[in-house]
Design a protein around this ligand. Sequence first.
Ligand SMILES: [Zn+2]
Length: 204
Amino acid sequence: MTAELIINDQIIEPGCSVMIDLPLPRLYTHALMTMPVHVIRGKKPGPKLFVSAAIHGDELNGVEIIRRLLKQPALNKLRGDLIAIPMVNVYGIIHHSRYLPDRRDLNRSFPGSKKGSLAARLADLFMTEIVRKCTHGIDLHTGAIHRSNLPQIRANLDDAETLSLAKSFNVPVLLNSNLRDGSMRESAAGLGIPMLLYEAGEAL
Ligand SMILES: [Zn+2]
């Protein structure tokens, strides 16, 4: 029996692939904003993995990584579920900026709250609709502008499950990295969800 998966009040059945637009606060122009979420459910039960990118809106490599990931033929034989979010900070993407329009860093605003700043509400939505429904996570980042990072995993390598995931990722460098206050990874760790943070290349 496969566990139920509901995102944005939509039930997703095993064996189905859907794209869900999570409603977000409007832009200051009153234009509607959404966060696109791709969900691929295997027919057979297994882990639930989220892969997110551009929580820093100028770190674009992960957007392309997810585009390629979603085209993998291996997904036809998936056991468990893949939830891919190519643009977590859609506001930052529009402005080619790491930050939200008020200069808050989304990855220092977790776990967020229902009534806080835009960053807090975005973080709360992401925790509620994505992280709490998953068993594992990978968050994709890059270095800064004009500073290219060697492909590397940053994770809590003292945790056996996280270390095993990190080794499977097969990159040149694994960094044992302390949790940052307010990061998505810290909030996921608080829920017992092992997470990898991947960094590669430079911003924009
Ligand atoms: Zn980043």
